[in-house]
Structure formats: structure tokens, C-alpha cells
Design a binder for this molecule. Structure first.
Ligand SMILES: *Cc1c(COP(=O)(O)O)cnc(C)c1O
Length: 434
């Protein structure tokens, strides 16, 4: 397998782009080598500029849940393009997508569309503060909520990969109202409430996806909600990654916990830039023009992006691939565990619906600290062997893999072969940890 053209483009890209990428997670910093440049994709497969074909388990970090360029989405978007790209005024499709989203999330009466997950979360946080009149926010170590200043502390994947404790350029003042707790540890939340009486809300990924996949244990989410409600604080669910991923709607319903404010992104745009935040009427009525919390956007509710979202969610609802995702996820988990056993490599696989990933550790992983016990050198070997054997993975140990409904039996066979070869190479090249 050759990567000549990617290498050339990488070098060319370095001149006018930062690291030749427009998002640091796309750089191959933690696995070595150059990032791949993509030519095109269709269904479950993605093709780089050198013509190498891969089963795509990145799926644009989540949005492409139907696979790439689903016929119905492509048709709908082509049609919308003929009517205009942006008007700065309302269109009927904004109402249509809002209805689909509110119907799918029982806790949402109203929704506001924005252009990214980052924007959704920063607005959701502002709303929690506006509604409660309090300033402080609790977040969990290892959870990522976009790149807004206030939440760029202990923020998971991108930062963990680059070993940055937090970002430069974030003034102390911007994070002075951010408190950090430990995922799956209610006591770490309670401690903050003992010290502070001005906590507006707790923001959480209901399934952690940005420290690798980390699943809430037992009644953690329910207990968390009950406790913080007793203190007058709001539960903010960041479902940018999990929304429409594990069921039609969010992880909240699946886990039996309805949040006060929900933030969405990724899948709701089907590959176009859409984010959203929503809540029950009583909370949403604080947003301008109904209330005093200002939040706006030139391209928000963009007509092409709305059609991308509507056609994706309609097809997703029709396909209802969630039980199939569960089966395929289990299959891939078993493939990984079998190879790990054969080659005597310590491995933990975390999985929830169509999100999963292996950690090269023997520890159970239920929080960020445990996730960080993974052997990232082994992951780097694993990553490149998977690439060479036709499977495109996120170039970081701390990113989730995603499944699309376009994945086929042949794709799973490709994954199985690639995993076998990768573990063989790991055994050959690494001293084992046990
Ligand atoms: C991706 C992600 C974000 C940020 O979304 P962008 O569209 O990249 O700004 C926020 N929260 C979570 C949980 C995410 O996975």
C-alpha cells in the first residue's frame, strides 16, 4: 500500500494550513506518519488520494451514520441546492427538522439550530446560567464539549492525544467557573456542591465518547440527576456524539434519564454543519427573541444543512438499524478479544450501541484515569496495521470508532483479517505488559 500522493499533499498543505489539517484530531501526531488525504467515499467505504480503499470506522467522527452519500440524502441535497444556499430568513425545513428532533427527545419542547457541536454546547451552558442565575458549571474529566474556552479543561481525546493538560490562550478567568469531577463518581460531584452554592449545572456526555468509549455504571446518571436537582442545578446532556447514535433520539432515554438541556450535533446534520440545543418550554423561553439570553448565527438553520439533516434522520428512522448495530458491535468486540487472547495482548473493549473502541490495558475502563493506562505505542502499531489492511480508524487511542448502517458482511470480514494481522504485528514488535 502506497501513500505517496497523501504525503505530497501533506507537504503542500503545511505551507498555508496549520499542520495541513483543519482540526487537530485529523493529524497523525500520536500514531506517527502523515495524515491521509481523502478523495471520496461511498457507503461504508472511503478512498484516499492514492486510491487505497478502506472500511470507514471514522465516519467523519460520527455524522455519517447511513454511510457516505446515501442516495436519498444526495437527491434531497441536490434538489435543495437549486433553490439557494442561504437566505438570512426562515424556511419551512427548519420547522420540519425541529419537529423531528423534538419528537425524538421527550425532554425538548423547543430547539435552536446552530452550526456545530461547539456552538450547541456553549449556548446550552449560557442557557443553564441564564435560567438559574448561577455561574458555575461542573464537567467531567475526559469529557469533551467542544473548543469553547470555559470547557477546555481536562477535555479528553484531542488534548489527551497531544498531551496538553489544557489549551494555551485560555485565560484563567475563562475557566474559573468550571469545576472538574470524575466520571462515574458521584462523590466527586457532591464535594463541589458542598463548597459552592452557585452551580448552574452539570454537563456530561451520557455515554463518554471522547476518552474512548466510557459507559456510565449502574445508576450513576439517575443518581447524578436526582442529587443535582435537589441542589437546584440543571443536568446538561451533551449528546453531540450520542444523539441518534444508539437509538432514534438520545442516550438519555435509553438510560432512563431525561436531561434539562440537551446539546446535539454530528448525526443531526448528516455530514452538514448542524448543531442544536433544546429543552422544555420553561427553559427555552429564556432565549432571544423570547427572552434575555442572546444567541445568534448568520448561517444557523442553513437550508442545505437542514435538508441534509431531515433526509438523514428520516432514512435513519425508516431503517431503524439500532439492534443490528448492537449485533455488529458485539461481533467486532469478539473479533478483537479473540485476537488479543491468541496473541496474549492485554485488551479491554468498551462499547455502547454503534460506538466502540479497544484499550490496550487489562484494567476495566470507567473513567479517564483508567483510559490513560492504555499502551498508546501498541495502539500506534495497531492503527497502522489496520490502515495497511484496509480499515480506516481514528488516529488516536482516545477516539470512538463508529458503525454505519452501510457496513456489510464483507466489511466485517475485512476488519477480522486486519485485526488478526495487527495483533500478530503487536506481539512481534512490543514487549507484552503481562
Ligand atoms: C464532537 C463533539 C463536540 C463538538 O462538536 P463540533 O461540531 O466538533 O464543534 C461537542 N461535544 C461532544 C460530546 C462531541 O463529541
Amino acid at each position: 500500500m502506497e501513500f505517496k500522493k497523501s504525503k505530497k499533499l501533506f507537504e503542500k498543505g503545511l505551507v498555508n494550513l496549520v499542520g495541513a489539517v483543519n482540526s487537530p484530531v485529523r493529524a497523525f501526531s500520536s500514531v506517527g506518519g502523515n495524515p491521509l488525504f481523502i478523495k471520496k467515499a461511498r457507503g461504508s467505504q472511503i478512498i484516499d488520494v492514492d486510491g487505497n480503499k478502506y472500511v470507514d470506522l471514522v465516519l467523519s467522527y460520527g455524522p455519517m451514520i447511513l454511510g457516505h452519500r446515501h442516495n436519498k440524502v444526495q437527491k434531497a441535497v441536490n434538489k435543495a441546492l437549486k433553490k439557494g444556499y442561504s437566505f438570512g430568513a426562515s424556511t419551512e425545513n427548519e420547522i420540519a427538522l425541529a419537529k423531528i428532533v423534538c419528537d425524538a427527545f421527550p425532554g425538548m419542547d423547543k430547539v435552536r439550530f446552530v452550526n456545530s457541536g461547539t456552538e450547541a454546547v456553549l449556548s446550552g451552558i449560557r442557557l443553564a446560567r441564564a435560567f438559574t442565575g448561577r455561574d458555575k458549571i461542573i464537567k467531567f474529566s475526559g469529557c469533551y464539549h467542544g473548543h469553547q474556552d470555559a470547557l477546555l479543561v481536562a477535555a479528553g481525546s484531542g488534548l489527551a492525544t497531544l498531551s496538553l493538560p489544557s489549551s494555551k490562550g485560555v485565560p484563567e478567568g475563562a475557566v474559573k467557573n468550571t469545576l472538574i469531577a470524575t466520571y462515574n463518581d458521584l462523590d466527586s460531584v457532591k464535594k463541589h456542591f458542598e463548597k459552592h452554592d452557585d452551580i448552574a449545572g452539570v454537563i456530561i456526555e451520557p455515554i463518554g465518547g471522547n476518552m474512548g468509549v466510557v459507559v456510565p455504571q449502574g445508576n450513576f446518571l439517575k443518581d447524578l440527576k436526582e442529587f443535582i436537582h435537589s441542589k437546584g442545578a440543571l443536568l446538561i446532556a451533551d449528546e453531540v456524539m450520542t444523539g441518534f447514535r444508539s437509538k432514534f433520539g438520545g442516550a438519555q432515554e435509553l438510560l432512563g434519564v431525561e436531561a434539562d438541556i440537551t446539546c446535539l450535533g454530528k448525526v443531526i446534520g448528516g455530514g452538514f454543519p448542524v448543531g442544536a440545543y433544546g429543552a422544555r418550554n420553561e427553559i427555552m423561553e429564556n432565549v432571544a427573541p423570547l427572552g434575555g439570553m442572546y444567541q445568534a448565527g448568520t448561517l444557523s438553520g442553513n437550508p442545505i444543512a437542514m435538508v441534509g439533516g431531515i433526509s438523514t434522520l428520516k432514512e435513519l428512522k425508516r431503517q431503524n438499524p439500532y439492534s443490528e448495530f448492537e449485533k455488529i458491535g458485539e461481533k467486532i468486540e469478539n473479533i478483537l478479544l479473540k485476537a488479543a487472547k491468541k496473541y496474549e495482548i492485554d485488551l479491554t473493549v468498551n462499547r455502547f450501541g454503534s460506538m466502540m473502541n479497544p484499550f490496550f490495558t487489562k484494567l476495566k475502563v470507567t473513567n479517564f484515569e483508567q483510559a490513560q493506562t492504555t499502551d498508546t505505542d501498541m495502539f500506534a502499531t495497531f492503527f497502522w496495521e489496520m490502515i495497511k489492511n484496509g480499515v480506516f480508524l481514528p488516529p488516536s487511542q482516545f477516539e470512538a470508532w463508529f458503525l454505519s448502517s452501510a457496513i456489510s458482511k464483507e466489511d466485517i470480514a475485512t476488519i477480522e483479517k486486519a485485526v488478526e494481522k495487527s495483533f500478530f504485528e503487536i506481539q512481534k514488535n512490543h514487549e507484552r505488559t503481562s
